[in-house]
Design a protein around this ligand. Structure first.
Ligand SMILES: NC(=O)c1ccc[n+]([C@@H]2O[C@H](COP(=O)([O-])OP(=O)(O)OC[C@H]3O[C@@H](n4cnc5c(N)ncnc54)[C@H](OP(=O)(O)O)[C@@H]3O)[C@@H](O)[C@H]2O)c1
Length: 292
């Protein structure tokens, strides 16, 4: 039995679709089952509720050998630790109680880098919590997702511009969520690995936001430019959207750490280099979203 958390989310739904190509029994934890397509509801076992709830994970992990673990964004959390580590504590308890064999988590690049990197540091602390249960464990460690650009489809469409506090010419790895889901599904379907560690998902190449703007312009056949914004302007924008002070600061700390190269600490290898290029992602995901 493989348990999938966050099956309606961007990564979770792609993990689930990959797993559905196998014969493995699958159980999902979902707050609102009606958000799953009917053909999926018929194929999987459903435990209704939040995977941050002890009672829910205790039911969901009974008889499970593998768990896909993803902490949902919580923009109003009182601290980044509460959002990641606090949310995962009930799962850690249920992993031990039911003797779950393997866990694959969604995490971030930055292991071994000694800076306060906000969300990233909290994600790594979450991994430490899961690892402390003794379960066989792989954290998928990611740079910024290409898919984050979808949040700016509005301004790309109307003004031909997208924004971020990261330096315009800083080349960093970036990956597509489809590559993350493929890596997660591979690990969940493989019953041979053991021990604890991380698997980086780095996409095929390092790109700057200016490089991305150039590729977007070619694919969308119109000029798109990147605009670096100050951390003050970025902070004001997040607070205006209702994010708590602590989560806003956590986001800024993460952005600062990225600007200082935290995502470059992981060496690129053939294994961590994943296939979907930014150009392919723009053609297959961004362009349809902009034209919609
Ligand atoms: N974006 C990046 O660049 C980046 C980089 C590295 C790591 N990450 C990590 O990636 C994760 C986000 O993944 P994603 O983009 O796939 O997320 P997403 O698309 O926002 O999906 C969130 C999922 O969580 C569920 N959810 C929301 N609130 C919940 C709650 N209180 N209890 C239970 N379920 C809840 C949602 O389901 P319903 O609303 O249907 O219930 C949905 O399935 C985060 O852990 C983040 O730290 C992100």
């Amino acid at each position: 039995m493989i348990v999938v958390t966050a099956p309606t989310g961007l990564i979770g739904q792609q993990v689930l679709n990959n797993l559905l190509n196998s014969d493995e029994p699958i159980r999902v934890i979902v707050r609102d089952p009606s958000r799953l397509p009917a053909h999926i509801r018929e194929r999987v076992e459903i435990v209704q509720g939040s995977h941050g709830d002890l009672d829910v994970v205790t039911r969901a992990f009974a008889g499970a050998h593998s768990v896909f673990w993803l902490v949902p964004p919580d923009p109003r959390a009182e601290s980044v630790e509460a959002a990641y580590v606090g949310f995962s504590r009930p799962a850690a308890e249920a992993i031990v109680r039911h003797g779950v064999e393997r866990v694959v988590s969604i995490s971030a690049l930055g292991r071994g880098v000694q800076v306060n990197a906000g969300y990233v540091s909290a994600s790594l602390a979450m991994d430490d919590l899961i690892a402390s249960t003794g379960v066989n464990f792989r954290a998928l460690t990611m740079p910024t997702f290409m898919d984050n650009i979808l949040r700016q489809v509005g301004s790309i469409k109307s003004q031909g511009v997208f924004f971020d506090p990261t330096s315009a010419d800083l080349k960093l790895p970036t990956c597509a969520t489809r590559d993350i889901a493929a890596a997660a599904a591979r690990l969940l379907l493989d019953h041979s690995w053991s021990g604890q560690g991380h698997v980086a998902v780095l996409g095929p190449e390092d790109l700057s936001f200016n490089d991305m703007a150039h590729i977007m312009s070619e694919v969308l056949e119109r000029p798109i430019r990147f605009q670096q914004i100050s951390s003050e302007a970025f902070k004001a924008m997040l607070l205006e959207h209702g994010m708590s002070d602590a989560m806003t600061q956590g986001m800024l700390d993460m952005m600062m750490a990225k600007n200082e190269g935290i995502d470059k600490a992981e060496p690129r290898t053939p294994e961590s280099t994943t296939p979907t290029s930014f150009r392919q992602w723009c053609e297959e995901v961004l362009k349809p979203a902009v034209l919609a």
